[in-house]
Ligand binder design. Structure first.
Ligand SMILES: [Zn+2]
Length: 311
């Protein structure tokens, strides 16, 4: 990658040096935003685009640019791309069409009585879910391209720009073998494991809470995104790095917590600030540990407030 760092920094009115004190060939120096640098100890490699500081450990170059130019991380990333020729090392993985499928239509119809009853029973407001997430429902009719999606709540999954990419169907009878049924990869515009559920509602935030499942996301509300399980794909990790501050709120099970810590390390390495919240949510009526999806709306609101997420 070759980025025109000189022009980029000049255009952003960020003071920079290529010769004189602290400078070395092939690097452009700036005042380091990661330490209390009063001089020009920070530098970006013109060839590699790496960041180094003589005084501190430094940080991710995208983060460095966002701090010195006082712009959001995603703008910094976009600008680096704009000022680059060839392939940028810091381009977040774009949502790739998996199969050449350009668009999909969802199974189902507007939700009816059984769907509402199920959602109410789990403490959700069906109208809110329809409004924010576009859920639909199937009943005895639920064939979709030859696949059985009967008796399910249909949950559309969008990319961060709000384009419909795929969907999941959640059984509401409690009787079907698969609680969740996914749109097959080859019929989806983008595989759901390359997406973050709720990302389209969280674009302009600084801080994001990462939860495991769709119901957790519904419960924690705007400002949270779900990863469809505790194992993240590289695409999901990459998508998460678009937010400067990332907080993992996975289920309290040790395995989930370990996953959260592992991914937190990867995301921190990209210059984001990351926390792993190992909250205990008490036990449910059956004595099982509760997860974020089991919280009452009021409890969820309190936690989000505590985590510094504005409603
Ligand atoms: Zn420094």
């Amino acid at each position: 990658m070759s980025t025109d760092w000189k022009r980029l920094l000049d255009d952003l009115n960020v003071p920079n040096w290529t010769e004189g004190k602290n400078c070395s060939p092939g690097r452009i120096n700036i005042q380091c935003p990661f330490c209390s640098d009063k001089s020009n100890h920070g530098s970006i490699g013109l060839e590699k685009g790496d960041y180094q500081c003589w005084r501190c450990e430094g940080g991710h170059p995208v983060r460095a640019l966002s701090l010195v130019a006082r712009i959001p991380m995603d703008s910094a990333r976009d600008l680096i791309r704009k000022y680059s020729h060839g392939v940028s090392a810091y381009t977040p993985t774009q949502c790739k069409s998996t199969s050449g499928v350009k668009s999909i239509t969802l199974p189902g119809r507007p939700i009816g009585e059984p769907h509402r009853k199920y959602l109410h029973g789990r403490g959700f407001d069906p109208e809110e879910l329809e409004f924010y997430h576009g859920i639909l429902g199937t009943d005895m009719v639920g064939d979709w391209q030859g696949i059985d999606f009967r008796y399910r709540i249909i949950i559309p999954v969008y990319d961060c720009h709000g384009n419909l990419c795929t969907f999941q169907g959640r059984d509401y009878t409690g009787k079907q073998e698969l609680r969740y049924k996914c749109c097959p990869v080859e019929k989806a515009v983008v595989h759901h494991k390359h997406l973050l559920y709720g990302a389209e509602l969280a674009q302009n935030r600084n801080r994001i809470v990462v939860v495991e499942g769709v119901f957790d996301q519904w419960r924690m509300g705007p400002g949270s995104v779900a990863t469809f399980g505790t194992s993240l794909t590289r695409e999901q990790v990459s998508l998460l790095t678009q937010w400067p501050e990332v907080i993992f709120l996975f289920d309290p099970e040790p395995e989930a917590q370990q996953h959260a810590r592992d991914y937190a390390r990867d995301i921190a390495a990209c210059g984001c600030s990351v926390e792993v919240c190992a909250a205990e949510f008490g036990l449910d009526a059956k004595g099982n540990p509760r997860d974020p999806g089991d919280l009452t709306p009021a409890e969820a609101q309190d936690i989000m407030k505590e985590l510094g997420i504005k409603a």
